[in-house]
Design a protein around this ligand. Sequence first.
Ligand SMILES: *Cc1c(COP(=O)(O)O)cnc(C)c1O
Length: 367
Amino acid sequence: MIKFLDLEKVTALHGGEIAAAVDRVVKSGQYLLGREVKAFEDSYSHYTGTGYTIGVANGLDALTLIFRAYIELGALRPGDEVIVPANTYIASILAISENGLVPVLVEPDPATLQLDAAKAEAAVTPRTRAILLVHLYGRCAYNEAIEHICSGHNLLLIEDNAQAHGCLYNKRRTGSLGNAAGHSFYPGKNLGALGDGGAVTTDDPELAATVRTLANYGSEKKYLFSYRGRNSRLDEIQAAVLGVKLKYIDSDNARRREVAKMYINGITYPDVILPRVSDFDSHVFHIFPILTPDRDKLQQHLQDNGVQTLIHYPVPPHKQRCYKEWGGLSLPVTEMIHSRELSLPISPAITDSEVRTVIEIINSRQS
Ligand SMILES: *Cc1c(COP(=O)(O)O)cnc(C)c1O
């Protein structure tokens, strides 16, 4: 069986160092808000090229806290519109609606599967205040057109960098391209912890301080509360693990690109659209998405031959029961992607021979 993602093997790649880091925390007696979190925040700021990193409990909290902080600072007001790609994971959209802001779903470009800048521009109204740009599948969604819309309409640019740790745009890391970014360290992400974790990065000292306060019950000073905040912490064990894994993120991502290249060069099955990437070296291939009208049958064929795949995602946000007010929306590009997308196994731990097996099984399918 070739797993979609073999987390045991991924952890084992740096297993000794990870075990030593966990052991160090166990023996320290300090499990929250200690030096491991501080050290990771400093290294992550250095890595992303941002002034501030605030460790939080997960990626959804990171995004939610950014919007909440902008509301507390008066830069956003409930009812304001936030443009977001319609084909993203639900968390991006939850972070907006949870704050009383209005998500405006915009179609992706079918060639890149990332937010379509022309359609984003067309969706701007007098109530639009921000774009939540998602670097979906590990591919950079930022470009000059997005930059132009933000500066032209005075919009905040918030990045959802949950799937793109280490991704580059003109030598700058994603997570440093806009006003603030939310990162997830869910175990399956490129930079994954051994449990939940997340972070906010920004260059804005006021935003950083507000996010930190909101994540700490709204308290800057012990037992004094400036906001009705929440409890959202990255814990010491996860921070210590992430400190180890951050050292290897670039080599892990390079291995993902090798796997992606093998798939791109090896898959000859006629009915498949493979990712076409001009800036290949910037892509971190969190997901290797292929598109085929034959998706369900191909997935079954792979399953029958011992290869596990996933669909990112089977049901688009506007077709979910939790947003039933969007049930009537027609978003054909998004719906096409959701009906045709199949994610092949990819990780730094997959072997060349496993990748070759996946390719052979795909190519052997008779349509
Ligand atoms: C994983 C993910 C999140 C949420 O991260 P969690 O840590 O699971 O809360 C947000 N946005 C995107 C695009 C994701 O893939």
